[in-house]
Ligand binder design. Structure first.
Ligand SMILES: Nc1nc2c(ncn2[C@@H]2O[C@H](COP(=O)(O)OP(=O)(O)OP(=O)(O)O)[C@@H](O)[C@H]2O)c(=O)[nH]1
Length: 215
């Protein structure tokens, strides 16, 4: 994490919940990752709230509310009405307001996960909105994705490569993907997950515990 991000994180923690972005292409498994992280944070006694972003619906928020994993009132929906990155980067006002509202309703909240709508590889989060962010790609999108050097993949605090269970079915060499993604990120961290079989989820949760919540 760079110095300004660290500073922003320290400032934010002093006045409220830490805010963590989850971005990535359509269908890479952002909502599935949140559904796995909710119980992982419950086991770690972290008070959680969630903001989802969709284009013109509240589809992802309703899916999480229906899951029974979290109090539905702790899930807020933002309808972007535009390219998803506009409301997480250019003008994050709607998302900041949604997170502020959750904090006002639930003063004990320690961590707010903000899921972007599915976007392209150039999608990034404003540090006015989040303190730390993940970018989720999936194995089925192709093992050439890390070689494309998209800003989302390069700049995020943690790259998550999901759907490892599909690797044998789509001819992806996970070791090669690991080497190329690590090189593209200059050695910064990445995690492999399989949300279907809950693999790698605890590693992601533990990283957030130490890097974001300092616990
Ligand atoms: N095989 C497999 N399927 C997965 C995994 N994670 C998610 N999926 C499936 O991939 C599809 C998309 O997952 P979502 O969690 O909806 O993806 P998303 O990134 O939130 O999608 P958008 O919000 O539309 O951008 C669903 O059918 C999931 O069940 C995984 O690790 N393995």
């Amino acid at each position: 994490m760079n110095v300004s991000a660290q500073h922003s994180l320290t400032e934010k923690l002093r006045i409220g919940a830490a805010r963590v972005g989850i971005g990535g292409p359509v269908g890479s498994g952002k909502t599935a990752l949140i559904e796995r992280l909710i119980p992982a944070f419950a086991r770690r006694n972290v008070s959680l709230a969630i903001v989802t972003n969709d284009l013109v619906t509240a589809e992802d928020a309703n899916r999480i509310r229906r899951s029974g994993l979290i109090d539905p009132k702790r899930v807020a929906a933002v309808e972007a009405g535009a390219c998803p990155h506009t409301v997480i980067r250019e003008d994050p006002t709607l998302n900041i307001a949604a997170a502020d509202d959750l904090e006002a309703q639930f003063p004990d909240v320690e961590l707010i996960l903000i899921e972007s709508g599915g976007d392209n590889l150039a999608s990034t989060f404003s540090l006015d909105l989040v303190d730390w962010w993940m970018f989720v790609i999936d194995v089925a999108g192709g093992d050439d994705i890390p070689r494309k050097n998209g800003p989302g993949l390069i700049k995020c605090d943690l790259l998550v490569i999901n759907k490892t269970d599909l690797a044998p079915h789509v001819g992806v060499d996970l070791e090669l993907m690991n080497r190329e993604a690590t090189a593209a990120r200059g050695g910064r961290p990445l995690a492999f997950t399989n949300c279907r079989q809950q693999e790698g989820i605890d590693d992601v949760a533990d990283r957030l515990m130490s890097e974001v919540l300092f616990r």
